[in-house]
Design a binder for this molecule. Structure first.
Ligand code: SAM
Length: 355
């Protein structure tokens, strides 16, 4: 691929990029794709993880002047530049990067509290082309789930004032929906950053004020909860080490585990605890994707699903969640043809019942 290099690396949030609308035509991309940050920063040749998802956009431009002209027309505080030198030794030498991984400088303004168009799903295939951005929802937490997923689950499997558990809360999507839909929530995560982000995401006025507790806790040990005390569980674990949430800084972080069997062993401990704390006849939903290793498909979701069955759950639904991102364009389309692999564009949303 023939890509020009410039001496600066520019970043801006994906939301802000989207807001540019037709202006993006001026960007004159030679390449646009979505990929895994770590792949580019730590191991450029690791194509096995080509199916990974997050909101990183890799861009380069045919015309530097045009690019810089476009940048000057963007709101100043949305654009951050880094020197190329800063990343060179990390293996970045060909791309401009447009990303939503940078910390948002602006304070969140709430445009709308509830979704304008929302219809409950009634099939086993869920597809949300544009992730909702009502209340404080955004796509900044890497690999976070769409609020539409959470809203659908909460509406179908719980009722107002129920006690909900999300043992891996991440950026707080579930917490925001619980506040909007009047569900009490225990929100846990092993990463203090996630705890902070979730508390921040809850800083808005809602017509309800359910009890929402946000705590640092390992999902494999829920001793802070009594047996059969929870009405509905939503779980969105790391997909092994596809996205690393703490870069090995936090020992208990399951996203540090590369070996799939070992990852499943740890998820089995989570499943045992979730089974214990869930009330009888209630539901537990888990969203998880598959991966590719040594060019072969790894059915990680099914492997984890089997551990949940082993813990005692019964499978109520297997929902296919369509993943929308830019990896189906440009670079990855070519890669998938050259290296003969299909881009993984779905995840499994399993709903289990404690019978
Ligand atoms: C896929 S993210 C969850 C994203 C979340 N659904 C959202 O919308 O922001 C997985 C989360 O699991 C957390 N995690 C990893 N290992 C954990 C553990 N042992 N106990 C609790 N949380 C853990 C990570 O810190 C990360 O925030």
């Amino acid at each position: 691929m023939n890509v020009q290099r410039f001496d600066k690396l520019y970043t801006m949030s994906v939301d802000d990029f989207d807001a540019l609308g037709d202006d993006t035509n001026n960007l004159n991309f030679v390449f646009q794709g979505s990929s895994n940050w770590d792949m580019y920063f730590s191991n450029v040749d690791k194509n096995d993880n080509a199916d990974e998802i997050n909101n990183v956009f890799l861009l380069s431009f045919k015309d530097k002047n045009q690019f810089e002209k476009t940048l000057t027309s963007m709101p100043k505080d949305n654009v951050i530049d880094y020197s190329y030198e800063h990343y060179k030794e990390e293996g970045v030498n060909e791309y401009y990067i447009l990303t939503d991984m940078i910390e948002q400088k602006k304070k969140t303004k709430i445009k709308k509290l509830q979704p304008e168009e929302f219809e409950q799903e009634c099939t086993t295939v869920w597809s949300f082309r544009r992730r909702g951005n009502w209340a404080t929802h955004n796509s900044k937490y890497r690999g976070n789930w769409a609020p539409e997923v959470v809203r659908n689950l909460l509406l179908r499997y719980s009722k107002e004032k129920d006690c909900i558990l999300d043992p891996m809360i991440g950026g707080g999507t579930t917490a925001v929906e619980c506040k909007l839909l009047n569900r009490h929530l225990l929100a846990l995560d092993i990463n203090p950053n996630a705890i902070e982000l979730t508390k921040k995401a809850l800083e808005f006025e809602s017509e309800y004020s359910p009890k929402i507790r946000v705590e640092l806790n390992d999902a494999r040990d829920l001793s802070l909860l009594k047996d059969e005390s929870i009405d509905f569980i939503l779980n969105h674990p790391p997909y092994a080490d596809i996205i690393k949430y703490s870069e090995k800084q936090i020992e208990q972080d399951l996203s540090n585990i590369h070996d799939l069997e070992k990852f499943c062993d740890e998820m089995e401990k989570v499943a045992n605890e979730l089974y214990r704390v869930l009330k009888k006849d209630k539901y537990c939903a888990i969203l998880i994707g598959d991966t590719r290793r040594n060019k072969m498909y790894q059915p990680m979701a099914f492997m984890v699903m089997q551990r949940f069955l082993k813990a005692g759950f019964e499978l109520k639904e297997d929902i296919i969640k369509h993943q929308h991102n830019c990896k189906a364009t440009g670079f990855w389309v070519n890669k998938s043809k050259e290296a003969n692999f299909l881009l993984i564009m779905h995840e499994h949303l399993f709903v289990f019942k404690k019978c």
